[in-house]
Design a protein around this ligand. Sequence first.
Ligand code: NAP
Length: 264
Amino acid sequence: MKFAISSKGDNKSNMLMQRMKSYLIDFGLTLDEEKPDIVISVGGDGTLLYAFHRFKHRLDKTAFVGVHTGHLGFYADWTPDEIEKLVIAIAKTPYQVVEYPLLEIIVRYKHNGKESKYLALNESTVKGVEGTLVMDVDIKGQTFETFRGDGLCLSTPSGSTAYNKALDGAIIHPSIRAIQLTEMASINNRVFRTVGSPLILPDHHTCMLKPLNQDDFIITVDHLQLLQKDVKSIQYRVADEQIRFARFRPFPFWKRVRDSFIGE
Ligand code: NAP
């Protein structure tokens, strides 16, 4: 089996990465940074986001596992003192794979007719470069509302515990193939009105954002910030691709939510 390891880059994560590398090689695995069967991320959830984007071109062939060197993460749930156990499990047991939904983003441009496609593990947000964001929000081909405010966030179920949660979105179990739309500070008065509640769309519904007052936007895709110019529309839906996590023990999602936000 071939493996790759990504580290957060701090001393603790780098040292743990080196230890895991030599253990795995001792167990007969091959280090392959190009075509790994398993990717181990050492750091936090943020580190796993980076690892996902590094290997997103081979999602059907790669499984991910995360070790945390700070606090318990949603993607990074192994502790540093468990790494021997994890290495043996990777080397010796045929692991289970759990798949989580991803968000597909298609940005279409006004004049050249071109489009760019992105995949997010957590979410994508849209904010204006200048002033209030004004956009028509279409759902499944029908105009739903005109949004005015700071921005909009579309998140995956596993990203629902990240930025989406800070926007008062619901936490969605990652076995549900859906995306969630949340508002950032919408303007609501007698003239302008939005629904105000987060919307959860199933995997056969598309959300299309169409700019009304400007053409340039900051679109985030997880940790990436992209300046997008001359935008005609931004389309969101549940992606056909999924991320695969290698599971070596049960760690129920709601237990992670409880341990992360309420306490053990
Ligand atoms: P960062 O600003 O350095 O860290 C963002 C924080 O979000 C970290 O504590 C990270 O955990 C945590 N996180 C990431 N994915 C998560 C998930 N699925 N569930 C719960 N917590 C999660 O940025 P970054 O490390 O590059 O991560 C980018 C992410 O930051 C974005 O995808 C977005 O979700 C999040 N973000 C949140 C807010 C907000 O809550 N107001 C604002 C902007 C961006 P670790 O410490 O384990 O890495």
